[in-house]
Design a binder for this molecule. Structure first.
Ligand SMILES: Nc1ncnc2c1ncn2[C@@H]1O[C@H](COP(=O)(O)OP(=O)(O)O)[C@@H](O)[C@H]1O
Ligand SMILES: [Mg+2]
Length: 404
């Protein structure tokens, strides 16, 4: 699933004289206008300046945090509780609203807290016959190293493969609280620990990927029937800003960071693409080992996982280039869905064809009936009644033999 969110234009953008170039057209469609071309040439402009994109769901400034949560993430919870994996990514350039969507602000909490709330409510509702154990950890991947955002003092952490090939983060803090306020506090505090640096574009740039990992272990309370433990894992990821190093005129150290970030994002894109090809006959090699992010997400992306990407853009003309590249990347990430849709489309084309074939055949039947009637009348006119009786006799015989 790929969703797109256009955040509201802000005061700074209005002060800069930016205009709004990204609009939501309907629940799925978004249009972006190139502000650089001649707006006076209306006839040509309307053809070339607009670019339309279709997503599974689109949001603009009128969407609430709950709207976004309900349409993208809420229905992943049931799966996680029954042992499936799910992943939600926030994608887009710095300042486009990724952290707002995922973490949110105290008065408008985002997907993290809403998801955990619903998760705990569902658990409470079914806790009579099931025992659950929920734990979460919050980490960042910065420059291909992992840091614990709930305990930054612990330094760099390693990814380890356990005996079953599952990926674990050695020494990460695991928290198990079901108090929403406490969670929001922990995550907000953790978010402040993220590596953020001012760039030439004079924004506070998030050059790290923040990963909230929620693990749900489930066991039946009824003894001797089933000792099986189901483990569902949910990743909620606030990805690093996707702006290119050249766009922010970074030099030296930051160029290297940019390369690492691109490496993780590129690896992620490659994995998603390869996975989306899995249904076809070709076998694609999924290169999880290319980056820390994809190694961590290996189990989640590779198997029984549902994946949601929420791409973010600013509506402002000053963001046009970043918005355009974000829309194109998100459009490509639709691969899996696109294929499904395409098949459905083919099916409906077939049905449309059948309808017209049936209409043609009906017409042909009418035509032949009319012709038979016409011929019958002609024969009646000639007074050949005996022949008709013979014909009827023959057909009775035919029917008789048929049922013998
Ligand atoms: N949908 C929104 N509604 C209101 N304010 C928003 C929205 N999205 C982003 N903002 C505000 O815009 C600014 C940049 O958003 P942020 O989430 O930090 O961007 P990112 O994490 O992509 O760099 C923040 O001040 C944030 O509060
Ligand atoms: Mg952010």
């Amino acid at each position: 699933m790929v969703a797109l969110r256009i955040r509201p234009i802000n005061d700074a953008e209005i002060e800069e004289g930016a205009s709004i170039v990204a609009h939501k057209v309907d629940d799925q469609m978004v249009v972006i206008l190139d502000p650089s071309e001649d707006p006076d040439d209306i006839l040509r402009a309307n053809r070339s300046r607009e670019k339309t994109f279709v997503f599974d769901v689109a949001f603009d400034h009128t969407a609430t945090q709950d709207d976004v949560y309900v349409a993208t993430t809420k229905n992943l919870i049931e799966g996680v509780l029954s042992g499936y994996n799910a992943t939600v990514f926030a994608y887009g350039p710095t300042g486009a609203g990724k952290t707002y969507t995922m973490l949110g602000i105290d008065s408008e909490p985002g997907i993290y807290v809403r998801t955990l709330n619903d998760l705990f409510n569902s658990i409470e509702a079914s806790s009579d016959h099931m025992a659950y154990d929920v734990s979460m950890s919050y980490l960042e991947i910065y420059n291909e190293v992992i840091r614990d955002l709930l305990n930054p003092a612990s330094g760099f952490l390693d990814l380890r493969e356990d005996a079953k090939g599952g990926i674990q983060i050695a020494g990460i803090t695991e928290v198990s609280t079901n108090n929403a306020e406490e969670i929001m506090e922990l995550l907000t505090k953790g978010n402040r620990e993220r590596t953020q640096e001012p760039t030439a574009a004079n924004k506070t740039s998030s050059r790290s990927h923040a990963v909230l990992q929620v693990t749900v272990k489930q066991k039946s309370r009824i003894k001797n029937i089933n000792e099986e433990v189901r483990i569902g894992r949910l990743f909620m990821i606030d990805l690093a800003g996707t702006e290119r190093a050249s766009q922010t005129q970074n030099r030296g150290k930051r160029m290297k960071e940019g390369a690492h970030i691109n490496r993780s994002l590129l690896a992620l894109g490659n994995c998603i693409n390869a996975l989306s090809e899995k249904g076809s006959n070709r076998v694609h090699y999924v290169n999880y080992r290319d980056s820390k992010l994809t190694r961590l997400l290996k189990d989640s992306l590779g198997g029984n996982s549902r994946t949601v990407m929420i791409a973010h853009i600013s509506p402002a003309s000053s963001y046009f280039e970043e918005s355009r590249t974000t829309l194109i990347y998100a459009d490509r990430a639709k691969n899996i869905k696109t294929r499904v849709k395409r098949n459905l489309l083919n099916v409906s084309y077939h049905i449309a064809q059948y309808t017209s074939i049936i209409a043609d055949l009906r017409k042909e039947i009418e035509r032949l009936k009319a012709k038979i009637d016409e011929q019958g009348q002609n024969q009646m006119k000639k007074g050949e009644k005996a022949n008709i009786r013979d014909i009827q006799g023959a057909s009775y015989e035919f029917v008789f033999f048929k049922y013998m």
